[in-house]
Design a protein around this ligand. Sequence first.
Ligand code: PLP
Length: 396
Amino acid sequence: MDDQGFIPFHKPSIGDQEIAAVTAVLRSGWLTMGPKTREFEHAFAKYIGCRHAVAVNSGTAALHLALDAIGLGPGDEVIVPVNTFTATAAVVAQTGARVVFADTLPDGFNIDPADAAARVSLRTRVIVPVHLGGEPCRMDELGAISAKLGLAVIEDAAHALPAEYRGRRVGTISPLTAFSFYATKTITTGEGGMLTTDNEDFAHRAEMMRLHGISHDAWKRYTQEGSWCYEVVEAGFKYNMTDIQAALGLCQLKRADEFHRVRCSYAALYRELLADTDHVELPEVPPDVTHAWHLFIIRLRLEELRINRNEFIEELRKAGIGTSVHFIPLHLQPYYARAFGCRRGDCPNAERTYERVISLPIYPAMSVEDVERVAASVRRIAEAGRKVQVSVAASV
Ligand SMILES: Cc1ncc(COP(=O)(O)O)c(C=O)c1O
């Protein structure tokens, strides 16, 4: 590593406001779900522009509650993009339904609507678009397919706060959308998530199921107006958010637009600094979307390089730069191969893309100099790693 210090793949932006807000909750005598969680839910719903927001302890929980709300179960099938984190598919498997993976677009990271449609069967009930890295999926095409075939759409928006598709904010487009506030996400509560919906029945079901399936307002049972008496109406989960997390989330939400502006400016800076870098392709952004820039994913032109993606990552690590890969296609993971009979070759676009992607650091706690250093390192490694052209004259 050089002597300029390590640039981690991610670092959250936690300021004095967050520390004061969390401290105030710790001093308040009420730690678990309570008034701060309600306040966060209202503020989040207002920010997104939806009617209901249900706060939970992870994005995974939000996805699971969405599947529960539509009554998914054994015998059902769900179309899940193969290029996502395991949580998107694992919650489907946990309901007893079958995961059916759809391939990514040949030149992108998101689900290919045509491939998704081709994998629909009589048992398919849901499509789960994942806005990978914060780039909204082709929601009009997916919406048309789901309307034609009578499918539900549940969006995995773990990467997509804030993002817009054709003027509509992600979180308002489909009946159910799941957000994540995991430590690396665009706003964080350490661990946490939010389910958004305009449907009152879905919201009530999710509120009940996140807290043990207890009839209503279970969290109030230890307040002055609460009662010790309650009714368990379903076998619920323990998915509620705490007020400690919500206090953090409220501060982060207030800064979400500012964070987004910085992410957009760093994405633009990467594009400028890497524009004419041979052997590296930059993310394409459709004209009609607002990208959340949770991730900035470059693709190596491996056919022009002597080094592979893993070696490129190792060179960046030696230069003091943390990176990641989003994602190892799920059909190549042992569990999904075993449980659903997936094989290499099932999703060729995702397999090809996976071999050549690197996610560069992009977050507001980086400085402009950090972005410049990352870009300079990418350029240097790409240049040094290029295949040597043997001229005809030299070889005879
Ligand atoms: C695409 C995607 N979906 C879902 C999740 C799950 O979110 P959480 O970690 O909050 O449970 C993640 C988390 O990293 C993710 O990247």
